[in-house]
Design a protein around this ligand. Structure first.
Ligand code: TRP
Length: 345
């Protein structure tokens, strides 16, 4: 994108446990992008309260997501890690975007329909306006690349529409203030492929989810080595031996899921995994998957435990991140206020 410095932004909601699905679907990507981009990773607490939260659980969860970021390898010194509510410019720009976005655009958002369910009249106004806040998160840093899951694609498209409408509506003013013909970039989604979609360990047809009532359905990033090993051992399988080729995984959702998890954790392909374990008993493969999961994920759980035991040091990381994020966000907001026609200090 001509004229815009490449910058990565993404957000994770502090609502409940992060699990293997979040790790393979998003966080490993966040980690990898640090080598090529300036990255801003945000714990989006303002988004969390679009549905009711217990205050103490929310506070813990903000610290836990921060700990997970760091335990997984995000460097809060080289890049920026903070929680959204500490940088008021997110909410400020979101208001302006509420006035740019059209009701018709928000009415089409499938996630609102799913989350609001049947009792739409009783959903919060915040839940409805959620995508405008998400656009503000990204655009207050004029970020160009946004690693997200498939489910956020529609929200990203809305962010692009908002950026474009702002650029059009305020075109002359943007030019007058020296920003050329576009103030906001068109942020691009970086979507992880379906290969990294992690399914429940109890039911290979359902996505691994923090809201599944069975803790055995998921590996939490905070799980210790024993818990990880137990959950993998108890993971649902079928009675057949493993096939030697990918085609043999069709209609075997549990086998497919476990082979996919193994491939992702070992940074290889399903094909290579089947080459090694195909034809053999499931128990052999499972034992190897236990070892691999414990080796890769055990240290993350251990490091998270160490970090959350010292909340003051996590809070210091968040304050430092918010200060550095705030410098960028304030610069954007000053320009936006000039462009929109506000009188500012
Ligand atoms: N809506 C995202 C989710 O639920 C979280 C989020 C909020 C986000 N703001 C963002 C993701 C900005 C990417 C960019 O997963």
């Amino acid at each position: 994108m001509a004229g815009f410095k490449e910058r990565v932004f993404s957000g994770v909601q502090p609502t409940g446990n992060l699990h293997l699905g979040n790790y393979l679907g998003a966080i490993t990507k966040f980690v990898a992008l640090q080598d090529t981009h300036d990255c801003i990773y945000c714990v989006v607490d303002l988004h969390a309260i679009t549905v009711q939260q217990d205050p103490d659980a929310l506070r813990n969860s903000i610290r836990e997501v921060t700990a997970a970021f760091i335990a997984c390898g995000i460097d809060p010194k080289k890049h920026i890690v903070f929680n959204q509510s500490q940088v008021p410019e997110h909410a400020e720009l979101a208001w302006i975007f509420n006035c740019v976005a059209r009701l018709g655009w928000l009415n089409r958002m499938t996630q609102f329909k799913e989350k609001a369910g049947k009792d739409r009249e009783n959903a919060s106004v915040g839940l409805y306006a959620y995508p405008a806040l998400m656009a503000a998160d990204i655009l207050v840093y004029r970020a160009t690349h946004v690693p997200v899951g498939e489910d956020q694609k529609q929200h990203l498209e809305l962010a692009r529409d908002i950026a474009q409408k702002f650029n059009n509506d305020f075109g002359p003013s943007i030019a007058k203030h020296g920003f050329g013909d576009a103030f906001f970039p068109q942020p691009e989604p970086l979507i992880q492929g379906p290969a990294t979609r992690v399914m429940s360990l109890r039911d290979g047809t359902k996505k691994m989810s923090k809201s599944d009532p069975s803790d055995y359905s998921r590996i939490n990033l905070s799980d210790d080595a024993d818990a990880i090993a137990q959950k993998v051992r108890k993971a649902k399988t079928d009675p057949e031996p493993l096939p030697s080729e990918e085609a043999g995984l069709e209609n075997r959702p549990e086998a497919d899921n476990l082979v996919g998890i193994y491939a992702a954790l070992a940074d290889t392909t399903r094909e290579a995994v089947l080459k090694e374990f195909g034809g053999g008993q499931f128990s052999t493969f499972k034992a190897a998957l236990v070892d691999l999961s414990v080796a890769k994920l055990g240290p993350i759980g251990g490091e998270m435990k160490r970090l959350v035991a010292d909340p003051a040091s996590i809070d210091a990381i968040l304050v430092d991140g918010a200060e550095r994020a705030g410098v960028i966000a304030r610069e954007t907001m000053n320009a936006v206020k000039d462009i929109v026609g506000f009188v500012r200090r």
